[in-house]
Design a protein around this ligand. Structure first.
Ligand code: G3H
Ligand code: 13P
Ligand code: ZN
Length: 316
């Protein structure tokens, strides 16, 4: 099976009332853990690569690993660029075999966001030199940390539902990421504050764009089990708090077709590695500690697919 884009995957997810997990990948162990978990659940899956991941692992290695995962699992897999910040980066990924890209111009003025997104869409949808590539864009600004960019909570902005019809029709994007209270990283809510998402905004957006796939970024739940293991084994992550899984479950049954998860994978991997190091100070074979991290990530992704995303059997 070749790499696929998100078109049919999202149509099925929207109708079926579930979401596809979009998991960030940087190395072989994480690619294997995610795709083995997806295989165990017979689930479609999106593997996404940030600019930072591309710099760390090199695009060619990541593309080859994702292709190897398809050969191993025979699942529908999308290779997606996460938070592309320029036309040139999106073009490079499309030319390199990605089947989906995100152009994130949400931090720029509205008209600039439209202009650059439209340019990426024109290139991605033109099938002269490559297959049809789907495009995700963003309206509204999430708080938190992406690579070197930190957005303070007070600078984050919810998506304005009054803009979505104009944005989608003028750009021709295939899916839209919206800001309804999620944020990037492991510190999403302050201790003592009840986490909430603006479901009213999601509902208004989906009324204005019936059948159109919505994306949630910053959707890690920061599973406390892993935070505790990290803290008990030499780590220091006080007050790490994520989006409660029941809120994400609800979003997945609505217009949200793609849920982005990265921080949870990092926590699962780090918990595994820290625990092994703490319990076995004599270990020095990377397979011993990376293997434990990989096991944790696989368990976590299976749990997400079954209990949060609801995408079991979506590979059919
Ligand atoms: O939203 C960003 C993702 O968590 C990727 O993080 O830019 O550090 O690779 P990164
Ligand atoms: P988290 O930091 O919540 O995992 O968000 C990841 C994300 O949105 C990647 O684009
Ligand atoms: Zn994101």
């Amino acid at each position: 099976m070749p790499l696929v884009n998100t078109k049919e995957m999202f149509e099925k997810a929207y109708k079926g009332g579930y979401a596809i997990g979009a998991f960030n990948v940087n190395n072989m162990e994480v690619v294997q853990a995610i795709t083995e978990a997806a295989k165990a659940c017979n689930s479609a899956v999106i593997l996404q690569v940030s600019a930072g991941a591309r710099k760390y692992a090199k695009q060619g290695y990541l593309v080859a690993m994702v292709k190897a995962a398809i050969a191993d699992t025979n699942l529908p897999i999308v290779l997606h660029l996460d938070h592309g910040d320029s036309f040139e980066l999106c073009k490079d990924c499309i030319d390199g075999g990605f089947t989906s890209v995100m152009i994130d111009y949400s931090g720029h003025p509205y008209e600039e966001n439209i202009e650059v997104t439209r340019k990426v869409v024109a290139y991605a949808h033109d099938t002269t030199n490559h297959p049809y590539v789907t495009v995700e864009a963003e309206l509204g600004t999430l708080g938190g940390v992406e690579d070197d960019v930190k957005v303070k909570a007070e600078d984050a902005m919810f998506t304005n539902p009054e803009q979505v019809i104009d944005f989608v029709t003028r750009t021709g994007v295939d899916s839209l990421a919206i800001a309804i209270g999620t944020s990037h990283g492991a510190y999403k809510f302050k201790p003592g504050v009840e986490p909430y998402l603006r479901f009213d905004i999601l509902e208004e957006v989906s009324k204005k764009l019936p059948g159109f796939p919505i994306v949630l970024h910053g959707a890690s739940s920061v599973n406390q089990e892993y935070v505790q293991i990290i803290n008990e084994n030499g780590g220091k992550m006080p007050d790490a708090i994520g989006v409660p899984e029941n809120l994400l479950r609800k979003a997945a049954t609505m217009a949200v077709c793609k849920i982005n998860i990265d921080s949870d994978l990092r926590l699962a991997m780090t918990a595994g590695v820290r625990k092994v190091f703490n319990e076995h100070p004599d270990y020095f074979d990377p397979r011993q500690y990376l293997g434990e991290g990989r096991k944790n990530v696989k368990t976590l992704v299976e749990h997400k697919i079954r209990d949060v995303l609801g995408s079991v059997d979506s590979a059919k």
